[in-house]
Ligand binder design. Structure first.
Ligand code: UDX
Length: 407
C-alpha cells in the first residue's frame, strides 16, 4: 500500500520503517525541516536498536518530506505527532493541525490517529472535517520498539466506517496479533487505561519495596517474582526502582486524571500511582544520604542517564531528576551512560572504568552492562536503585527495596 506517516518522532519513525519493511511505500512527513534533512542523509536523532539497519535496508521505499502536499495519493495517513501535557492537560493542537492539513491536501486519504489522545478526540475531529477518522493507538516501548511493532500483543482499531477499519486492519495483518475493532472512544481509552495500569503496577511494587526496606529478611525482587508467577498478576512491570519516567507514562497518567476530573470523576488509584512515583527520588536521596551523610562536596558517580535502558531518550528521566536533587545538595556528579554523552553540570565519562573518586556509585537505569562490573568491588559504596546488579557476583551492593538497604 501507499502510506503516509505524519510526525517523525519515535512512534512515527518506527511505524514508517516497519511498514516499509513489509513492502509498503511510505511517505514520511514532518514540519521540522531539520529533522527531514537529517533523515534524508540517514542521520537518526534517536537511538533505537535495529532502527538504523531496518531503515537503511528499506530506503528505496521510504521518502522524507516537510511538505504536507506529499500526503496526496496515499491510501492511509498515520498521524503520529506529539500530544504533550501542558499544565496537567493534554495539548491536542499538533493533532488537530496535522488532521486538518491531511484533509486539506487529500480528501480521500484515510486519516488514522496513532498519537495518544483523550477519548472523544477522533470523533470531534471527524465531525469537524466531515469525514470519519480511524483511531489506531500504539503500544510500543522504547528500546524494544521494532519488535513490539512486528509482534504486538493486540491491534486496536476504532472508528465508524467499516471500509476504513478493514483497510487499516489489513495493514497490520502481518503481525498475526488479535484485532479489536471498536469505537474511536474505546480505542482511545484502551491506550490510556493500559498505560495507567502499567504505571500503577510500578508504583504498587515500589510501595511494597518501601515496606521490604523495613522488614528484616525481605527483598522486593523475590516478593515480585513470587507474585508475578500468579498469571492473574503477571510478572512484567513489577520491577521496583526509582519510578516510571519517559515520554508516556508520566504524561498519560496526568492527562487521564485531569480529563476524568473535568467529567466529575476522581481517579483515586491513578492519582496515588502518580503520588508514589513523585516520591521516588526523595526516597532514593534519603537512601544515599543514609550512606554518605551530608552530601555537600561528596562525589557521586551515577550509572545511567536515559529514562530507561536501550534508548538515548532523557524525557522525564528519573536519573536526571536524581542528579539535580543531588547537585542541589552540593554533591559533585560524574556519570556514564552508553547512549547519552552530555548532561549540563555533569562530568560524563566514556566508560564505567573511567569513573574516579566515587564516594558512592549509584545505578539509576537498567542497561544490561550494569549487571556486573569490577568497579563495584573497588568502590566504597554501591547503591543499586534499579535492581539491575547481579546479586550473586556482587552481594555487598546495597539495593533499593531490600532490608539491607537500611541495615
Ligand atoms: C510505555 C508503554 O510501556 C508502552 O506500551 C507505550 O506505548 C509507551 O509508554 P516506554 O515509556 O517506552 O513505554 O517504556 P516502559 O518500558 O513502559 O518504561 C517506562 C518507565 O517505567 C521507565 O522509566 C522504566 O524504567 C520504568 N519501569 C518499567 C519500572 O520502573 N519498572 C518496571 O517494572 C517497568
Amino acid at each position: 500500500m501507499r502510506i503516509a506517516v505524519v510526525g517523525m518522532g519515535f512512534v512515527g519513525l518506527v511505524t514508517a520503517t516497519v511498514l516499509a519493511d513489509r513492502g509498503n511505500t511510505v511517505t514520511c512527513i514532518d514540519i521540522n525541516e531539520k529533522r527531514i534533512d537529517w533523515l534524508k542523509k540517514g542521520d537518526l536523532y534517536i537511538y533505537e536498536p535495529l532502527l538504523r539497519e531496518l531503515l537503511l535496508k528499506n530506503k528505496t521505499r521510504v521518502d522524507f518530506s516537510s511538505d504536507y502536499s506529499n500526503i496526496k495519493g496515499n491510501e492511509v495517513a498515520f498521524i503520529c505527532v506529539p500530544t504533550p501535557t501542558v499544565d496537567g492537560r493534554i495539548d491536542l493542537s499538533y493533532v488537530r493541525s496535522a488532521v486538518l492539513s491531511a484533509k486539506s491536501v487529500d480528501s480521500d486519504v484515510i486519516i488514522t490517529v496513532k498519537s495518544t489522545v483523550v477519548p472523544g478526540t477522533a470523533s470531534a475531529l471527524s465531525s469537524h472535517i466531515g469525514r470519519d477518522i480511524v483511531s489506531n493507538p500504539e503500544f510500543l516501548r522504547e528500546g524494544n520498539a521494532i519488535d513490539d511493532t512486528i509482534h504486538p500483543n493486540r491491534i486496536v482499531i476504532g472508528g465508524k466506517n467499516s471500509d476504513y477499519l478493514e483497510k487499516v486492519k489489513r495493514i497490520w495483518e502481518f503481525t498475526g496479533a488479535p484485532v479489536i475493532l471498536t469505537t474511536n472512544e474505546n480505542a482511545e481509552l484502551i491506550k490510556y487505561g493500559s498505560n495507567s495500569f502499567l504505571a500503577t503496577k510500578i508504583s504498587f511494587i515500589n510501595e511494597i519495596a518501601n515496606l521490604c526496606e523495613n522488614i528484616p529478611g525481605t527483598d522486593v525482587a523475590t516478593v515480585a517474582q513470587g507474585m508475578g508467577m500468579d498469571h492473574r498478576i503477571g510478572k512484567d512491570f513489577l520491577r521496583a526502582g526509582i519510578g516510571f519516567g519517559g515520554s508516556c507514562l508520566p504524561k498519560d497518567t496526568t492527562a487521564l486524571v485531569s480529563y476524568a476530573k473535568e467529567r466529575g470523576v476522581e481517579l483515586k488509584i491513578i492519582k496515588s500511582a502518580i503520588d508514589v512515583n513523585n516520591e521516588r527520588i526523595e526516597h532514593a536521596v534519603e537512601m544515599i544520604k543514609k550512606e554518605l551523610g551530608n552530601l555537600n562536596g561528596k562525589n557521586v558517580c551515577v550509572l545511567g542517564i536515559s529514562f530507561k535502558e536501550d534508548t538515548n531518550d532523557v524525557r522525564e528521566s528519573k536519573s536526571l531528576e536524581l542528579i539535580n536533587a543531588l547537585m542541589s545538595m552540593g554533591a559533585k556528579i560524574q556519570a556514564y551512560d552508553p547512549s547519552v554523552k552530555e548532561v549540563d553540570g555533569v562530568e560524563m565519562v566514556g566508560k564505567i572504568e573511567e569513573l574516579t573518586q566515587c564516594d558512592c556509585v549509584v545505578i539509576a537505569s537498567e542497561w544490561k552492562e550494569f549487571e556486573t562490573n569490577a568497579i563495584y568491588e573497588k568502590s566504597k559504596k554501591v547503591i543499586d536503585l534499579k535492581r539491575v546488579v547481579n546479586i550473586q557476583t556482587h552481594p555487598t551492593v546495597l539495593r533499593i527495596g531490600a532490608y539491607n538497604a537500611k541495615d
